[in-house]
Write a protein that binds this ligand. Structure first.
Ligand code: NDP
Ligand code: MG
Length: 339
């Protein structure tokens, strides 16, 4: 696997070009501000005019305009809209105004890989995907670091799209820790698998199920919350810092013995088969079709599941307990008045 750093990127190649960052949300605010502070010429597109995010971008010192105007003014166009809105906005507000030979960038490969967006033949298509939430991408950069980025090149009629992607990734701060080259297919499929099976789907189902088993057995919900949710952070911090061995070095021998002997009974061969099934639905496009149809139907399933999730007893207990732990709210990455 090839890894690039700041020394491998030539920022000058992008400095003569205007970059339009479309969408000033989680990723958008981080890209726009980091690129600008790296000396690049950035404009921001938001909607609606004068809305919350439009105002946040203006307050941060950006020129903000409607998408069509930003696209006309730029030659590098980074699409940082919600994935499910990108295709309609691309077809209606980007494609009709795009300058010939422009570079179109994404932070996730979904729409290109599953053919929801098909740019014209003369358009270059690249990916710069920071491996972290937008607020961390911004925060790390401000502190002198940078979140590692993936880059990928899907179409390169101009012959220099990789240089553009490397410079862009470096401007966002990725070159400070490492820029890794991948493909749209690999990024899309592994990203979807990770969030469904492990990071979001797997982790939340594990936490909620553990909480339910304790509460149904008559233990206090507060105890169940601490054991199954709150303390997960302490374990994840150890995993993040030095891997599984590092975590096991730190926990008690009792915890370690329980980990080795009970863990594989929870995540067993059946679970692994189900993970393979989930991966196959991603590879065949079945998940993509389900999600695209869901968004076209105005997200009835997502909305219902959000409501049911919010009504789960773990949320009420958690709200109350977090209120007692004032330090949790201090130094938050997300400040809704600014980002
Ligand atoms: P967000 O939802 O946080 O941000 C999208 C932004 O686009 C919002 O500010 C939204 O405004 C704005 N917007 C909505 N409609 C329009 C429009 N018609 N014209 C202009 N702007 C509009 O998205 P994310 O930052 O989470 O995701 C962006 C991309 O980055 C996706 O491809 C995602 O997969 C990828 N990504 C995201 C990560 C993350 O950390 N969240 C991590 C890695 C990749 P409003 O809020 O007012 O609707
Ligand atoms: Mg992801």
């Amino acid at each position: 696997m090839k890894v690039y750093y700041d020394k491998d990127a030539n920022l000058d190649i992008v400095k003569g070009k205007k970059i339009a960052v479309i969408g000033y949300g989680s990723q958008g605010h981080a890209h726009a501000n980091n690129l600008k502070e790296s000396g690049m010429d950035v404009i921001v597109a938001e909607y609606p005019k004068g809305g919350d995010n439009w105002t946040k971008a203006e307050k941060a010192g950006h020129a903000v305009m409607m998408t069509a105007d930003a696209v006309k003014a730029a030659s590098v166009i980074m699409i940082l809209l919600p994935d499910e809105m990108q295709a309609d906005i691309y077809n209606e507000q980007i494609a009709p105004h795009i300058n010939p030979g422009s570079y179109v960038g994404f932070a996730h490969g979904f729409n290109i890989h599953y053919n929801q967006i098909v740019p014209a033949e003369d358009i270059n298509v690249f990916m710069v995907a920071p491996k972290g939430p937008g607020h961390t991408v911004r925060n790390e950069y401000v502190n002198g670091g940078g979140v590692p980025c993936l880059i990928a090149i899907e179409k390169d009629p101009s012959g220099d799209t990789k240089d553009i992607a490397l410079a862009y990734a470096s401007g966002v701060g990725g070159g400070r820790s490492g820029i890794i080259e991948t493909s749209f297919r690999e990024e899309t499929e592994t990203d979807l698998f990770g969030e469904q099976a492990v990071l979001c789907g797997g982790a939340t189902a594990l936490v909620q199920t553990g909480f339910e088993v304790l509460v149904e057995a008559g233990y206090a919900p507060e105890m169940a919350y601490f054991e199954c949710l709150h303390e997960l952070k302490l374990i994840v911090d150890l995993l993040y810092e030095g891997g599984i061995a590092n975590m096991r070095y730190s926990i008690s021998n009792t915890a370690e013995f329980g980990d080795f002997t009970r863990g594989p009974r929870i995540i067993n061969e059946d679970t692994k088969d189900e993970m393979r099934q989930i991966l196959s639905e991603i590879q065949t496009g079945e998940f993509a079709r389900e999600w695209i149809l869901e968004t076209k139907a105005n997200k009835p399933v997502l909305n219902a599941l959000r409501r049911l999730g919010a009504e789960h007893p773990i949320e009420e207990v958690g709200d109350r307990l977090r209120g007692m732990m004032s330090w949790i709210g201090k130094g938050k990455l997300v400040d809704k008045t600014k980002n």
